[in-house]
Design a protein around this ligand. Structure first.
Ligand SMILES: NC(=O)c1ccc[n+]([C@@H]2O[C@H](COP(=O)([O-])OP(=O)(O)OC[C@H]3O[C@@H](n4cnc5c(N)ncnc54)[C@H](OP(=O)(O)O)[C@@H]3O)[C@@H](O)[C@H]2O)c1
Length: 335
């Protein structure tokens, strides 16, 4: 098959479009022809090895995959799946890890996946939109609903709202009835955030988001229980953490699912105890979340924010755009 492969870590020049051996099926596996694969913020981290994850080499990027079953392993032939079924892949595989991080990804023509990791794609959902959903929208759904319990009427500040998870958070927060303050680092991205439904936008390349929150909602006041926002979504980390706490209303909650700008953050415990803040983690999502997101897109409640739909050969430029933060939403590649 053809695949986008890197044999050593480094910049996008390490990616090569080349012939690669077809996957070999284990009895419980299915072989899926990739129809569309989407990129995530972790692609640069894996390619450049800025995480401690044990990435095997050679490696194929891409964890968000939609396609068609072309072959069933001998133990995957129990009638649940048939050749030709349209499927979305739940990318976290027991004993193998995350597709595109610690096991081969989907920037190629064929992927091997245990049958238990397949989910049906609704008839009225195309492959491009199906591929855009698992990691970013699944993660956002768990963070906003299962963990964050964002409710109608709440105020939600979303840092890095322009990325895959961020655009999903903006859409879900609006659907839940919240008021959204969305942060991005360029005018063109802020315009798109407004189009997506953000009530207010903050240009973090020029503005201090904490001050912007205080100006709009007031400085948090413990006795009066006023000021600040109810929820901060913060997977940026780095030097945003303390100001994220300071932007919260007394009793507010800050949620994280990552650390794009660094995981070793400063902290100021005074704000946490004085304002009785809740700092919450959210990790991944469940297959039910992925099914729910597909249903929400199929019935029109959510329209995924797509940055670009391109041929697979354009993976290097697409990952370079992620490195340079020139992306709004999801990039989908077509083998
Ligand atoms: N735990 C999990 O299961 C899970 C799952 C998915 C993602 N994540 C994590 O969630 C985060 C977002 O993922 P994503 O796929 O949405 O990434 P993404 O598409 O690259 O979006 C990240 C956004 O953060 C902003 N940003 C601010 N400071 C940044 C920095 N120093 N480096 C990079 N971006 C920065 C960028 O927007 P502006 O340029 O407009 O500021 C960018 O659009 C990542 O940290 C990722 O590892 C975790």
């Amino acid at each position: 098959m053809k695949a986008m492969v890197f044999h050593e870590h480094g910049g996008v020049e390490k990616l090569h479009y080349q012939d690669f051996p077809d996957p070999e099926l284990q009895p419980g596996d299915c072989l899926v022809r990739v129809k569309a694969v989407a990129l995530n913020g972790f692609e640069p981290m894996i390619l450049q090895k800025t995480t401690a994850l044990p990435t095997p080499l050679p490696m194929i990027p891409g964890g968000d995959i939609a396609g068609e079953i072309v072959e069933l392993g001998s133990a995957a032939n129990d009638g649940q799946w048939r050749v030709g079924d349209r499927v979305s892949i739940y990318p976290m595989v027991p004993d193998e890890g995350m597709t595109g991080e610690t096991r081969l990804g989907g920037c190629c023509e064929l992927v091997r996946i245990p049958a238990g990791n397949l989910l049906p794609v609704p008839d009225d959902l195309d492959f491009v939109r199906a591929a855009s959903l698992p990691i970013a929208y699944g993660t956002a759904l768990r963070m906003m609903v299962s963990r964050g319990r964002v409710a109608a009427g709440e105020t939600v500040l979303i840092l890095g709202a322009t990325g895959g998870v961020g655009t999903a958070c903006v859409q879900l927060a609006k659907l839940l009835g919240a008021e959204v303050i969305a942060c991005g680092s360029a005018d063109w991205k802020l315009e798109k955030l407004r189009e997506l439904g953000a009530d207010h936008v903050v240009d973090t390349s020029r503005e201090d988001f904490r001050k912007a929150v205080w100006e709009r909602y007031g400085k948090p006041h413990m006795r009066h229980k006023t000021g600040g926002v109810d929820v901060v979504i913060n997977y940026i980390g780095g030097d945003t953490w303390v100001d994220g706490c300071r932007a919260l209303k007394p009793g507010g909650r800050m949620l994280t699912c990552g650390a794009s700008a660094g995981f070793q953050t400063a902290n100021d415990l005074r704000y946490i105890w004085t304002y009785e803040l809740n700092l919450m983690g959210s990790n991944g999502w469940r297959p039910e979340d992925q099914l729910e997101m597909m249903a929400m897109v199929a019935d029109g409640r959510i329209e995924p924010a797509l940055h670009a739909v391109r041929p697979l050969t354009e993976t290097p430029i697409s990952i370079q755009e992620l490195i340079e933060r020139q992306v709004f939403g999801k990039t989908v590649l077509l083998p």
